[in-house]
Design a protein around this ligand. Structure first.
Ligand code: ADE
Ligand code: ZN
Length: 322
């Protein structure tokens, strides 16, 4: 109970949240009605029952279907505003938010509709928030490059690029050129690696893409040399405990390797990934993790400190949080 209060009340940053993954079933139905989009589910309850995932792909299929109700700038605004209000309630003071433009432009939604709606909600929101544009790795690198070019008129509205969607069979090496171009543009670089994919993907994300943080990265422990390197170079991992259980990366929370990652000296952070789909926001992730693993107050403070030190904040803003 005391631990729960500490976890809830401590200021924290969220560094791994897909804004499309914050779309709650109730909002999916409200937007479907507002936009005249038909869904394959009759009720909120029926949709929620479909959230029984066996792996990353089984989740992604439903996640992309849910995002199909987003058509107008106001839809993207409302989704983002709802997330920021929820994050604020969990004492999140800063969020670096992923968005997937290709999920929407492929359906004919203009790029500017997506980014303007999300960005405007961040300006109006109760917590500090910045945006990271993700490329869908199941699509080609040429499509990622076209998306980066399309984003250039909005260069001031996002701080970095990331890589998400189906990991297996789509290694970081596939995206060398687009990451080099993003680097030249002065963007921050991150990538999902070592969630379902092998430790080698973490290594190539660092060596070929020059990423500054690894999203997930939990499979690094299978490779002791890689683990030692991540500790030596203090590469942050944005770990998402409830996501890892729902997508069966680990069978049960008491089998999660987060405590071992911390023990190995890694810069671990706790994040929600897709909170509407995985059973909880930031504090739910902290509480579920601390209930299942041998972690105490010092670990809590370390995780909160890591979230700010790994954030892409600069100067006064960073010092203010640390
Ligand atoms: N897109 C949304 N959530 C994701 C995850 N956990 N891994 C890969 N792609 C995603
Ligand atoms: Zn993710």
């Amino acid at each position: 109970e005391r631990m729960r209060n500490i976890l809830q009340q401590m200021p924290k940053a969220e560094l791994h949240i897909h804004i499309e993954g914050s779309l709650e079933p109730e909002l999916i139905f409200a937007l479907a009605q507002r936009n005249g989009v038909s869904l394959n589910y009759a009720t909120v309850e029926e949709l929620r029952r479909a959230y029984a995932f066996t792996d990353l792909q089984s989740f992604l299929d439903i996640y992309y279907a849910g995002a199909s109700v987003l058509l107008e700038e106001q839809d993207f605004y409302d989704m983002t505003a709802a997330y920021l209000a929820r994050a604020h309630a969990d004492n999140v003071r800063h969020a670096e938010i992923f968005f997937d433009p290709q999920t929407h432009t492929a359906r004919g939604v203009p790029f500017e509709t997506v980014i303007n709606g999300i960005w405007r909600a961040c300006q109006d929101g109760p917590v500090s928030a910045t945006l990271i544009m993700c490329f869908l790795r199941h699509l080609s690198e040429d499509e990622a490059i076209a998306t980066l070019e399309e984003s250039l008129p909005f260069r001031d509205k996002f701080i970095g690029v990331g890589l998400d969607s189906s990991e297996r069979g789509h290694p970081p090496a596939k995206f060398c050129r687009v990451y080099e171009r993003a680097r030249q543009l002065g963007l921050h670089l991150v990538a999902h690696a070592g969630e379902e994919g092998p430790p080698a993907y973490i290594e190539t994300a660092l060596d070929l893409l020059n990423v500054e943080r690894i999203d997930h990265g939990v499979r690094c422990l299978e490779d002791p040399e890689l683990t030692a390197r991540l500790a030596r170079e203090q590469v942050a991992l944005t770990v998402c405990p409830l996501s890892n259980i729902k997508l069966r990366v680990f069978d049960r929370m008491d089998e999660h390797n987060l405590a071992r990652l911390l023990d190995a000296g890694l810069v671990v952070t706790i994040n929600s990934d897709d909170p509407a789909y995985f059973g909880g926001y930031m504090n739910d992730n902290f509480i579920a993790t601390f209930e299942a693993l041998p972690l105490g107050v010092e670990h809590a403070r370390q995780l909160a400190r890591n979230s700010f030190s790994a954030a892409f904040l600069e100067g006064e803003a960073k010092r203010g949080f640390l």
